[in-house]
Design a protein around this ligand. Sequence first.
Ligand code: ADP
Length: 305
Amino acid sequence: FNINMSEFSLDEELGRGNYGTVRKVWHKPTKVAMAMKEIRLELDDSKLAGIIMELDILHRACAPEIVDFYGAFFIETCVYYCMEYMDAGSLDSLVGYGMPEDVLARITGAMVRGLRFLKDELQIIHRDVKPTNVLISKKGVVKLCDFGVSGQLERSLAKTNIGCQSYMAPERIKGESQNNLGTYTVASDVWSLGLSIVELAMGKYPYPPETYANVFAQLTAIVHGPPPELPDEYSEDAMDFTRQCLRKEPEMRYTYSQLLDHPFLVSDRERDVDMVSWVSGAMEHRAAVRAAAANGGAAAPASAA
Ligand code: ADP
């Protein structure tokens, strides 16, 4: 269906990405809460229609592991992109609370099924797999968003900062430095998946910027250093799973079917996982960390002795 700005009332800001702002909004005609992403573009009007056409493919991206797309419209040089509102936010904001292996496996399974759906049903390579682009609900449902459907949109993004956390596979980093943009394959997404899983488990990005003198040293570590591993407390199955994603040579990495048949994900299908409790604990932890930061980083006041 067609949507436009007059149908929405605006609610709180949910977050800021590299290219724009995401707000919670209320779609008055359908009484549905949505997330509306404003993306600033640098382009001429003739290209806008092309972008809307390319985004249309998202109406076919209906799967349990993909965030629902409701529609998009333009105002001046901004595209407004409306999607399902996920009430616990993105996984990057929930790292640091701790991630038991059963929760990690449940999240991983959803990510792999989502990526396989995009590839098999829509012939889409995600291109931006990272914890910010994995959303979760209070019920513990995990869905992917922000995949590269529109080449034109990608080329028109008003690139502001690129960020110091690269989820790019080694072959892509090498390819970019040789100005070769044709090196992106589905295996590159598998690397980013592995890196995201290790980040969720470690509670921080596996190549922490403060360990490297500069971005070049960090990228060199990704290309030439050993791949990151899960912390020791995880099982051998979990360790092996991430190792198969984080092979340096893209042709050695597992495919999505191989990953789904891996014992780490087979065990996940056979057990109950209390995702609701994990999400609520992680959200409380996030709220406490944010409150402490708002207090100027001061720790909770010591109890009166
Ligand atoms: P980036 O550009 O870094 O990928 P986004 O602009 O996509 O980030 O999103 C910024 C933040 O907005 C996310 O980290 C997330 O917390 C929030 N967000 C994005 N989409 C949704 C959604 N559908 N439901 C709830 N929160 C969302």
